[in-house]
Design a protein around this ligand. Structure first.
Ligand SMILES: O=C(O)CCC(=O)C(=O)O
Ligand SMILES: [Fe+2]
Length: 246
């Protein structure tokens, strides 16, 4: 389940793959090609830090950015409508046997849908990452009582599902997540290693590197989508990979 063990460290494979796929060249496509996979992270960090209204969470352990009101409420509503219309139970890699570990629902958003294409374009322009390294955007929906317990978005290199999820595109480099609404109560995202709780707000974007500057998976990215207490929570997520996606 991509569950973080802070003691784990798998430097060689990840660092090697990540370095091989970094693209230091300027854009050769319409948007988002400049920084390849997002590893090395330094150019991405510089680019994100330059964007208007972006805050970098001050932590030596984790590279995490917050950008409020990245999406306007109308676009958020269009995305929530799509998530409502087409959802399935969420799944986890490397299950630990806890059936309540991730109780939300997931929507595989259609990349051909103009609303989704617009979202993709904005994320690529904002991050500077290469569209070829991006997974298709997903939506997540949490009804009251639903959550996604503490996990990491990278895949444990020793986990039994590592090859299944990573053999083609490699490890996850960056996570970009946007809250689409502000649920009545609960639903915050808690990064417990750095003691940071982010409250959902309509259109607020989070972006973090799942890898340390040396290319190893960063256990300090451990995060918990806390239970929604009242109302419904919606987010969209786009993950980037070391190598092109499919
Ligand atoms: O919903 C959230 O706050 C976090 C979602 C998440 O961590 C994930 O989908 O991997
Ligand atoms: Fe996550």
């Amino acid at each position: 389940m991509d569950f973080a063990d802070p003691g784990l460290c798998f430097p060689l494979r990840v660092a090697h793959n990540a370095r091989m796929n970094a693209n230091p060249n300027p854009a050769s496509d319409s948007v988002g090609v400049g920084f390849g996979s997002g590893y090395p992270i330094e150019p991405v960090v510089a680019h994100l830090s330059d964007q208007p209204r972006v805050q970098k969470v001050p932590s030596p352990k984790l590279t995490l950015f917050v950008r409020k009101q990245f999406l306007d409420p109308a676009l958020c509503q269009s995305l929530m409508d799509r998530i409502d219309a087409s959802r399935r139970p969420s799944t986890v890699g490397d299950s630990n046997g806890d059936p309540y570990f991730r109780t939300s629902e997931t929507c595989d958003l259609d990349a051909a849908d103009p609303v989704v294409a617009e979202l993709d374009k904005r994320i690529l322009a904002f991050t500077g990452l290469d569209r070829r390294h991006g997974e298709p955007i997903q939506g997540q929906r949490y009804a009251a009582g639903q959550e996604f317990k503490a996990h990491t978005d990278y895949f444990e290199p020793t986990g039994e599902d590592y090859d299944k999820y990573c053999s083609v595109a490699g490890q996850r480099t960056w996570t970009v997540m946007i809250y689409l609404n502000d649920p009545e109560a609960g639903g915050a995202t808690r990064f417990r290693v750095i003691d940071k709780i982010v409250q959902p707000e309509t259109g607020k974007l989070l972006a973090w590197s799942n890898l340390r500057p040396d290319g190893t998976p960063n256990a300090a990215t451990l995060h918990h989508a806390m239970k929604v207490r009242a109302g419904t929570k919606y987010v969209v997520t786009k993950w980037f990979r070391e190598r092109p996606w499919g």
